[in-house]
Design a protein around this ligand. Structure first.
Ligand code: ZN
Length: 390
């Protein structure tokens, strides 16, 4: 009885919260005409699970073409845009794919099991909206959660684990097939972009559409101002859920960079929970730099150079040590005998979930930092960074 009352209370509170949210998000935002807000909304709302990056590639292609000297693709679907054709070869990388899934099996009753792609927490999966990209176009689905009034508990009173199925509303396998859905179809999370207080933005897929947006903004700046190098802006494929960071490896082989930067999400640790050793960034504290991850020990000369440029520009810089994190820099660094790399980060809360949060000032400062860094990378500076002579 106590559980029933408690559950009912939670349901009522949630209903209240939903109404409040609807009211606040239905009002036009003062930022709705902001160019960067529009870019972030468009990029994060696009569906693009690993191996199914078409929607994001289209956005990137359309926005890169007017700013680039050339645009090409690697053999896996990564996009490579180039500015300049003399000087050190600088690679800026962000991956276009997001966490998602694939249709595995369609049950006779119409429920659909998923092959998850990327590292999802099981707590992030039930009661969410998803888009299945079938042969007849996108189909909305939801991962069911047991009804609170009848959810089964074990003898200790703990909720029993629930198997995950997509529910499209179809009542049979035949109805699912009639929607154009078949095994292997990509499944993407659905979550609308929204502006929160303090210029904080809520959406899915900050990992790594925020990196894609940084790349586009840096490109925009260098379309009009000189730089002492050749810049290769790359939107890669198949980073999530793959330990070999596939698109970064194949595009680095084509570009053959002298220096590589991966633009990624940083991991702030400023919500109650994990202890202070888990991670050190905070939202709004400025761009981050990854100093330790499972995929990368960054080049120490390059790390020192990033710190110096950030200090010169009065841009606050945070540091990340996250053993459970890996990114495209890990693949770029192994290209052609070895490449100095580091990963520059826009802090994002809840990176592998439907509702992540970034802070606009972190985004703007990351763009400023990358522009200053690229301007500083002339031939002699790059030679010094690449040198291991004692
Ligand atoms: Zn990522």
């Amino acid at each position: 009885m106590r559980r029933l009352l408690f559950s009912f209370h939670i349901l009522l509170s949630l209903a209240g919260a939903c109404r409040a949210q609807t009211q606040s998000t239905s009002q036009p935002s003062p930022q709705s005409h902001d160019r960067v807000v529009q870019l972030l909304k468009e990029l994060t709302e696009a569906p693009g699970p690993p191996g199914s990056e078409e929607s994001v590639r289209k956005i990137m292609t359309e926005r890169m073409h007017p700013l680039a000297d050339s645009v090409s693709y690697d053999g896996l679907g990564s996009i490579i845009a180039q500015q300049g054709n003399a000087g050190p070869r600088i690679m800026l990388d962000a991956h276009m794919d997001e966490l998602g899934g694939m249709v595995r099996r369609i049950r006779p009753d119409g429920f659909i099991s998923m092959q998850m792609l990327g590292y999802w927490l099981s707590a992030a999966l039930p009661d969410q909206r998803w888009m299945i990209i079938g042969s007849k176009g996108p189909v909305l689905a939801v991962t069911d959660i047991w009804d609170a009034h009848i959810a089964p508990h074990d003898a200790q009173g703990h909720l029993q684990p629930q198997d995950l199925f997509l529910d499209t509303g179809a009542r049979s396998a035949a109805e699912v097939q009639a929607l154009g859905i078949s095994p292997g179809d990509p499944v993407a999370p659905v979550s609308d972009f929204a502006v929160l207080a303090n210029n904080r933005y809520l959406s899915k897929a900050w990992d790594d559409r925020v990196g894609c947006a940084v790349i586009l903004e840096v490109m925009r700046r260098f379309a009009k101002s000189p730089h002492p190098n050749q810049i290769f802006y790359v939107g890669t494929v198949q980073e999530e859920g793959s330990i070999e960071m596939r698109g970064a490896a194949t595009s680095a082989r084509i570009i053959n960079p002298d220096v590589g930067f991966s633009l990624e999400v940083g991991i702030p640790n400023d919500v109650p929970g994990p202890g202070p050793e888990a991670a050190q960034e905070v939202l709004g504290g400025g761009p981050g730099m990854m100093l330790y991850s499972f995929s990368e020990l960054p080049n120490r000369n390059l790390v020192a150079h990033v710190k110096k440029i950030a200090a010169d520009q009065h841009i606050p810089l945070q540091f990340d040590f996250v053993p459970g994190f890996g990114d495209d820099a890990g693949a770029i660094k192994l290209n052609n005998g070895g490449v100095p790399v580091t990963t520059v980060l826009v802090p994002a809360r809840s990176t592998h979930a439907h509702n992540g949060i970034i802070d606009r000032t972190d985004f703007d400062r990351t763009v400023d930092l990358m522009v200053a860094l690229i301007q500083s990378l002339d031939a002699s500076t790059v030679a010094r960074i690449k040198s291991f002579a004692p």
